[in-house]
Ligand binder design. Structure first.
Ligand SMILES: [Ca+2]
Length: 323
């Protein structure tokens, strides 16, 4: 009898799903409601604004027909079962400076005395190990409202631990699933603005005509066709936000996720997290340095725990700690 009931429930749940009953409660529909906000005080007159991301289901990964697709983006249904708050922007230089001032922390690049800086030679740009490169000087100009870059995954962890203690909330990096769910905000296209990279002007700071001017031989014809006005990083929050109110989810600086890479072959899943072991971490979103295929919402960059001038991060806060 119990088994019959359970089976009936499963059929009912399946039918509701197939008819789109859960779809009507999509993340985009919920995003239309006034979103709850959270402001954290970092001291030194610096604050951080976060917005609540509601629970929901989405298709993680990309369809086989997507231009620029990579095989590790197998599309699968993911449920985000717990709401969370996400920084509306990357962690900025000013926010990171408040952390450093309070904690005295030295980043991995500062301890090593060097990191990957930008080298432009004969019209071609490359990242190369350079002395003195760190978040204070990523080898190009940065202002206080720019995303902090040249920080490692480990640096981001220490920042999160510090802000957790300071705020009394649980501050962490997003899982890869949380990141893509928050990035898409209900969209199913390659980019937030649609499938055509040419339509992205005003949405993202990527490898555009400004970068091409500085580095004409770099990537040859793979630049975006538009000019976003920035060869390198740009002030956070200055372009269009997605439906959740998040800025720069495609472009500006890569965003470290909490996870080690995992295969997408597990199918339907709830709140998936990364692999338990491995030396790589996942970064998402693309950056000022990247051509169209790499700035897609589904693209997964996997890299060692090492900073460079296109790597930054944003944080999330467990909603149960707030509401
Ligand atoms: Ca640009």
């Amino acid at each position: 009898m119990m088994k019959t009931l359970e089976m009936a429930m499963m059929v009912l749940v399946g039918a509701v799903w197939m008819l789109g009953g859960f779809d009507r409660k999509s993340c985009q529909a919920e995003a239309a409601q006034p979103a709850k906000e959270l402001t954290l005080d970092l001291g030194d007159k610096v604050t951080m604004k976060l917005v609540q991301i509601p629970t929901g289901k989405f298709l993680m990964g990309s369809p086989q027909t997507e231009r620029g697709r990579v095989n590790n983006e197998i599309q699968h249904e993911v449920t985000i079962s717990k709401p969370f708050y996400m920084g509306v922007t990357h962690v900025t230089v000013d926010q990171f400076a408040a952390f450093v001032k309070d904690s005295g922390y030295k980043t991995d690049a500062e301890k090593a005395g060097r990191s990957l800086g930008v080298d432009i030679k004969d019209g071609k740009l490359a990242f190369k190990p350079m002395d003195g490169v760190s978040w204070r000087n990523p080898s190009f100009d940065q202002k206080g409202d720019y995303p902090v870059v040249a920080v490692s995954w480990n640096d981001a962890q220490v920042f999160c631990d510090w802000l957790s203690k300071k705020s009394g909330k649980t501050v962490v990096l997003p899982t890869e699933a949380q990141w893509e769910y928050a990035c898409r905000a209900g969209t199913k296209t390659a980019y937030l603005w649609g499938d055509n990279p040419d339509d992205g002007k005003g949405w993202a700071n990527c490898a555009d005509q400004s970068l091409k001017k500085k580095s004409p031989k770099f990537f040859d014809e793979l630049f975006f066709s538009w000019n976003d006005g920035f060869a390198f990083t740009s002030p956070v929050g200055s372009l269009k936000a997605n439906a959740f109110g998040l800025y720069d989810m495609n472009g500006n600086a890569w965003q470290w996720c909490q996870d080690r890479p995992r295969d997408y072959d597990q199918g339907v899943s709830t709140d998936p997290t990364g692999a338990d072991t491995g030396s790589l971490r996942v970064l998402r979103g693309g950056s000022w340095f990247n051509y169209p295929a790499v700035c897609r919402s589904a693209y997964r960059l996997m890299f060692f725990d090492y900073g460079r001038g296109s790597y930054g991060f944003r944080v999330v806060v467990v909603a149960a700690d707030v509401d």
